[in-house]
Design a protein around this ligand. Structure first.
Ligand SMILES: [Zn+2]
Length: 129
């Protein structure tokens, strides 16, 4: 299921699969919006811009947002909370996880690149022999 979310930091409306708590771009906490995915897709470009402008306004956002509370029963939430000895906001923990994931991914990529280079070097060495 697709749900609409707003990131104040990016000033962007995101269509995301599932109820998300952090922005996929900047990892700051997201606000889930009451508007359904279908209703949003029916808006034209001007209406979307106007809607985004309303989201950027704290007072209006209060009326536009919704809170998904069922996540408290999900496995990932329980697992995160089990490690949460410092009682940090769940969005902070999620952002940390995402940063770790991105770091690992970058490391793996760098490793792969290094291996590729090493292979290439080995190849050229073979040719010179
Ligand atoms: Zn963002």
């Amino acid at each position: 299921m697709m749900y609409m979310h707003y990131c104040k930091c990016c000033n962007h409306i995101f269509m995301l699969n599932g109820h998300r708590m952090i922005c996929p771009k900047c990892l700051e906490p997201l606000t889930e919006l009451r508007i359904s995915y279908l209703d949003y897709t029916k808006l034209n470009i001007e209406e979307r811009e106007a809607f985004k402008a309303s989201c950027a306004d704290e007072e209006q956002l209060k009326k536009l947002k919704t809170r998904y509370r069922m996540y408290k029963y999900s496995k990932w939430y329980k697992e995160l909370q089990a490690e949460n000895t410092e009682n940090l906001p769940i969005t902070t923990l999620l952002a940390q996880k995402e940063r770790e994931k991105a770091k690992k991914k970058a490391e793996k990529k760098a490793e792969k690149e290094a291996n590729k280079k090493a292979d290439k070097k080995a190849d050229t060495n073979d040719e010179t022999l």
